[in-house]
Design a protein around this ligand. Structure first.
Ligand SMILES: *Cc1c(COP(=O)(O)O)cnc(C)c1O
Length: 338
């Protein structure tokens, strides 16, 4: 393995040896190309640059205690990318091709998969962009799909920790009938301002309410939300949140652990009734919430400095499955390097 201090990595970017690419021209996908450069040449008029015809995904490869490298539910990432493509009118990449490329890019860069002990992982970033030069607003004819990887540090450097979140009333990241449920870069651009407001005040992330009524909980910046009470895992149902694969998996794990699971609207007023609350996504699995402040009303809801027992159990179980430590009874993991 590369002589890198894996433990001190952040969630940044480091060039690795290879990325894999696939172009779409004349109505069809081409062959998989292996590339050692981490730049590309596109026209200044490429449509992705001007009108945001861009979709991405995020998943990880884990070096496991048994020495193997596993990836988690990549078929779900392939399906979600296809769903994004349908909405922003891009050609869908078949699941088999997506999986083949993920395996290939991880195998080619296997020396970049951090050690198990470091807590770091290899982040996998698929990206699909429209590259036809045009200034008219319509879908591109040509596309580039690329997957690159970069080692990223452990989300919790000092162990599993709880963080504060801030509710923002005056900003929306997406509209109820808009792109909120699709993984497009534009949603992130739309969230940066509110994110900076929350971050400047020391919060881990901003927390959005539903854009239409401002009555229900939506999601936390780049992560889904869940609350726990009476042995029940409750997570928002909304047309403007991104369907998190981590959340979907946690719902299954919660059920497997004997919890009840509810996916429904969560009224703002219900927040104070939860015993535990957390944000979830690939980066952290679970980021437990210590307290939520409402930046406009001044309301303060406390969940505690320490992660709650259910959050800890859910986190340990899902992480255990990802690392091949706990039995993968749903067939979620794929061994990519033996
Ligand atoms: C990617 C993403 C998530 C988390 O999804 P996972 O599949 O669990 O990583 C949550 N919210 C938003 C807005 C996202 O873009």
């Amino acid at each position: 393995m590369k002589g890198i201090d894996w433990e001190s990595l952040s969630f940044g970017y480091m060039k690795t040896d290879y990325n894999v690419r696939c172009y779409y021209h004349d109505g069809k996908w081409g062959e998989i190309e292996i590339c050692s450069e981490d730049t590309f040449n596109i026209s200044i008029a490429a449509s992705c640059l001007h009108y945001g015809q861009e979709a991405f995904e995020g998943l990880k490869a884990y070096r496991c205690p048994d020495g193997k490298v596993r990836v988690f539910r990549m078929d779900e990432n392939a399906k979600r990318l296809q769903s994004t493509c349908r909405y922003i009118v891009m050609p869908e990449l078949p699941t088999e091709r997506f999986e083949e490329m993920v395996k290939k890019v991880v195998r080619l860069n296997q020396e970049w998969v951090p050690t198990y002990e470091s807590g770091s992982t290899l982040y996998i970033r698929p990206l699909l962009i429209g590259i036809t030069p045009q200034v008219g607003v319509h879908a591109a004819r040509d596309y580039m799909f690329v997957i690159f990887v970069t080692p990223v540090g452990p989300y919790f450097k000092g162990g599993f920790q709880a963080n504060p979140y801030a509710i923002v009333h005056n900003y929306d990241r997406s509209a109820p009938l808009g792109t909120g449920s699709y993984k497009v870069g534009g949603n992130y651009a739309a969230s940066l301002y509110a994110h900076n407001l929350a971050a400047a005040k020391g919060y881990a992330s901003e927390f959005y309410l539903d854009a239409k009524e401002k009555k229900y909980m939506d999601e936390c910046g780049a992560a889904n939300f869940f609350g726990i009470k009476n042995n029940t895992y409750i997570t928002p149902k909304s047309s403007s949140i991104l369907p998190s694969i981590t959340n979907k998996s946690l719902m299954q794990v919660a059920e497997d652990l004997g919890m009840k699971v509810e996916r429904r609207q969560i009224p703002y007023d219900e927040l104070e009734t939860f015993e535990e609350a957390g944000a979830c996504g690939t980066a952290a699995v679970i980021s437990p919430i210590s307290y939520i402040d409402d930046l406009d009303t001044g309301a303060h809801i406390e969940y505690g400095k320490e992660p709650g027992p259910w959050s800890k159990k859910l986190y340990d179980t899902l992480r255990g499955i990802q690392y091949g430590i706990i039995e993968d009874k749903h067939g979620w993991t794929t061994v990519v390097v033996e």
